[in-house]
Design a protein around this ligand. Sequence first.
Ligand code: CDP
Length: 208
Amino acid sequence: MVIAIDGPAASGKGTLARRLAAHYGLPHLDTGLLYRAVGAIVLAQGRLQDEAASVEAARALDVATLDPEALRTAELGEAASVVAARGGVRAALLDLQHRFAAQPGGAVLDGRDIGTVICPKAQAKLFVTATPEVRAERRHRELLGRGEDIAYAAVLADIRKRDERDSSRAAAPLVQADDAVLLDTSALDIAQSFDAALAIVEARRTGR
Ligand code: CDP
């Protein structure tokens, strides 16, 4: 079973993907980390604006070396969104994601284009969202918890800017797949969101 989870920044899709993967005993890939890693490489080279450098970094990416903790900063979220708008970067990361999804038994992938581009045939597709304010609150809390010194207003501005860039780009824009189920987590805590997500996946899995 392949479960595809998409949605905007800090919608809670990562937490849901991790929990669903644990529930079903499936491997999980947070595809945002791939773009964050590419962003980190070109940023360190001082070449964020250099498209060829980002494509090269994407081609050379080794998933085994990704460090989620180091990659989940606000700065790298922004850099990820810049490199993710480039078709060449997305193409270079396709194969790796397809192979991950094709593992025997299945997989859970979360990102922006899993249900639309990476796994259009996924058995279960969720589009997880929440209001920008709720998402900014969650992300703000998370970044403070990680020791980043950042204001709520800056987080909200970053989320709005990233949503706009991710949704309006030509290459695999953030959009709900026709057969994805919308899950708005604005008024739900983590346990409630998980229950709702599980019900959606179970309905697909059992054909109800
Ligand atoms: O955790 P958060 O939702 O803030 O971000 P993320 O999922 O780590 O993704 C960071 C950026 O990578 C997004 O803003 C997208 O621009 C890009 N991304 C993408 O284009 N396609 C994906 N499948 C995953 C992420």
